[in-house]
Design a protein around this ligand. Structure first.
Ligand code: BEZ
Length: 331
């Protein structure tokens, strides 16, 4: 980050306090206000493969990439990313970026069910819609955050538009065409009895656009191999953070993906106690990891880093680890 950018961040932190207010309370109030007031702006653009809807939060920051998210099958941007992006510690990070949350076609709130026989875009075509979004918003580069099918879409986009992707956070990526692992993942991902899982299972089974969800699911199952090969032209060129739940259904696929990417550009985060959707179950640990990822790219102001990292480094290292540490206890 340039000095000007660092200064910009520090200046915004110097807010006058109301009488009797401590800095902590003022900060919390500001945070709550920001979350309440920023409802996001939803837009749609036409693309060669149909229209696509996305919601933009925050104001564009000069010379900074947009954070662009792509959700998994069965979810939309809100159900997939709200717990992570509204997590308290996340605010300090994302306030420095504009966020563009894409809804796969037919997944946006209130989306009508597609007519029978509608040809849903392939995952490659979903990736080809992204340039239309960026052009509309006039953004030249992104940091992508994707889960499952969304991670695949962003990877495909990064392969075809490497110059526009500064970094990728890929949760539960499976770069290969559908195999037995998909069946296992589908069966296990929303199994279990935690309240959260119940809630999400309920959302999906009662979704008014269940037919649309099935179309996205079919496109995911019909994906082709990404064919990553370390050292070849077909690999991700940007910094990548791979994330998967320890013992989660996608673990093997993500491990294999890690072996196909450039080790100097890739970090691999296996999270304990996170199940099939770490961004929902472990927003705190993921926020922490995301912060280090951005820091590695030179994007975090030092004032924010020191405060957060002092208090959190220990908890992160005990909760999430690099590949290989299998001795932790879990519940
Ligand atoms: C955001 O600030 O980026 C955000 C807010 C609500 C839901 C999802 C994302």
């Amino acid at each position: 980050a340039t000095m000007a950018e660092l200064q910009e961040v520090q200046i915004t932190e110097e807010k006058p306090l109301l009488p009797g207010q401590t800095p902590e309370v003022a900060k919390e109030a500001e945070l709550a206000a920001r979350i309440l007031l920023d409802q996001g702006q939803t837009h749609s653009v036409e693309t060669p493969y149909g229209s696509v809807t996305f919601t933009v939060y925050g104001t564009p920051k000069p010379k900074r990439p947009a954070i662009l998210t792509y959700h998994d099958v069965g979810l939309n941007y809100k159900s997939c990313f709200k717990p992570l992006f509204q997590f308290a510690d996340m605010q300090e990070i994302i306030q420095n970026f504009v966020r563009v949350h894409v809804d796969a076609p037919g997944m946006e709130e209130g989306a009508p069910v597609f007519p029978l026989g509608y040809q849903y875009p392939s995952l490659d075509q979903l990736a080809d819609m992204i340039p239309c979004i960026l052009q509309y918003l006039n953004f030249s580069t992104i940091i992508g955050v994707g889960v499952g099918a969304g991670a695949y879409v962003l990877s495909r986009y990064a392969l075809t538009h490497p110059d526009t992707v500064e970094g990728l956070v890929l949760i539960n990526i499976d770069p290969n065409a559908k195999g037995w692992m998909d069946w296992a993942a589908h069966k296990e991902e929303l199994s279990g009895n935690s309240e959260l899982i119940q809630k999400y299972r309920n959302i999906i089974t009662h979704a008014p656009n269940l037919e649309n969800i099935e179309l996205y699911w079919n496109s995911y199952n019909n994906r082709r191999d990404l064919n990553f090969e370390r050292g070849s032209d077909i690999t991700l060129k940007c910094p990548v953070m791979l994330v998967v739940g320890d013992q989660a259904p996608h673990e093997d696929a993500v491990v294999e993906c890690n072996s196909k990417l450039d080790p100097t550009q890739t970090s691999f985060l296996k999270m304990a106690d996170s199940g099939g959707q770490p961004q929902l179950t472990q927003p705190g640990k993921l926020t922490e990891a995301f912060k280090y990822f951005l820091q590695g790219m030179g994007y975090m102001a030092s004032s924010c880093m020191t405060r957060l990292s002092r208090s959190r480094t220990a908890s992160l290292t005990s909760a999430a680890s690099l590949d290989g540490n299998r001795s932790r206890s879990r519940t």
